[in-house]
Write a protein that binds this ligand. Structure first.
Ligand SMILES: [Zn+2]
Length: 229
C-alpha cells in the first residue's frame, strides 16, 4: 500500500536524486523501533498489543523486517503507518514527527547536532508523555484537564489580587504572567472540552508541555515574590 500520496522531497546529499521521505523513513526506522519509542510494550515473543483494535488482550501485533502486522485485525504497515494511527496524524505529519524524534534530518537539511542538556531533558519528557498517551489516554486526559483547571484558578486569583493599584506602582511579575497566559489556558481547556478525540490526541503533547512550563513559571514567580502559594 502507498501511504505517501506521491509526496517527494529532495534528499540533501548530492547524487541521491529525488527520494520519498516515506521510503527513507521505511528504510531507516522499523515499525518495531517506532513502537518501542512511542511506548508499546513488546513481550518476549516479540509481540505487542495491537494499537489498531481493542481490547487486544492477547498481544497480536508482530514485527518483521521493518513492518508490523496484526494477526487479529490484519492492520499492517510501516513505522509511518503506526505513528499516523497512534497520534491521529496525517502521514506527512507522522513522517515529520519520526524525523524529529529519531533525529533523521530528512526535512530540514541540517546536519544533526549533538543535543544540549535542555534538549535532552525535553526529549525525555516527550518520550514519557508519548508513553502515557499511548498506553493510558483516558487517565492522561483527565490528569491534564485537572492541572489546567488548577492553573486557571490560580491565574485568575493572581489577576484579581496582584493587579496594579494605581498607575505609579510597579506591576507584579505574577500579574504579567497571569495576563500573558490566561488566554492560552482557556484555549487548551476549550480543546479538551470541545474537540474530537483525535484532535485532542494530536494536541496532547503541546498542551502538556505548555502546562508543565507554566507550572514551573508560576512556582518560580511565587518563590521570587515571597507570596505563599
Ligand atoms: Zn489489530
Amino acid at each position: 500500500m502507498d501511504f505517501t500520496n506521491g509526496w517527494k522531497v529532495k534528499w540533501h546529499s548530492a547524487g541521491r536524486g529525488m527520494t520519498s521521505v516515506f521510503e527513507e523513513i521505511r528504510e531507516q526506522i522499523s515499525a518495531r523501533q517506532a513502537a518501542e519509542r512511542y511506548g508499546l510494550e513488546i513481550d518476549r515473543y516479540g509481540k505487542a498489543r495491537c494499537a489498531f483494535h481493542s481490547p487486544d488482550t492477547h498481544p497480536s501485533m508482530s514485527f518483521k523486517g521493518n513492518f508490523f502486522r496484526c494477526w487479529s485485525c490484519d492492520a499492517q504497515g510501516d513505522a509511518v503507518k503506526l505513528v499516523t494511527h497512534l497520534f491521529s496524524l496525517k502521514p506527512i505529519q507522522a513522517a515529520r514527527r519520526i524525523d524529529a524524534d529519531f533525529g533523521l534530518g530528512l526535512f530540514d537539511n541540517q546536519p544533526v547536532k549533538p543535543k544540549t542538556n535542555k534538549q535532552a531533558h525535553e526529549e525525555q519528557f516527550r518520550i514519557e508523555a508519548d508513553r502515557t498517551l499511548v498506553n493510558n489516554w483516558q487517565n492522561a486526559e483527565r490528569a491534564i484537564f485537572i492541572r489546567l483547571c488548577n492553573i486557571s484558578i490560580i491565574l485568575n486569583k493572581i489577576k484579581r489580587i496582584c493587579g496594579p493599584v494605581d498607575p505609579d506602582t510597579e506591576i507584579e511579575p505574577l500579574f504579567i504572567l497571569a495576563i500573558r497566559h490566561l488566554d492560552g489556558v482557556e484555549h487548551c481547556l476549550e480543546i479538551l472540552i470541545r474537540s474530537t478525540e483525535s484532535e485532542k490526541i494530536s494536541n496532547f503533547w503541546d498542551i502538556l508541555y505548555f502546562v508543565a512550563r507554566l507550572e514551573v513559571s508560576i512556582n518560580e514567580n511565587f518563590s521570587a515574590s515571597g507570596v505563599a502559594s
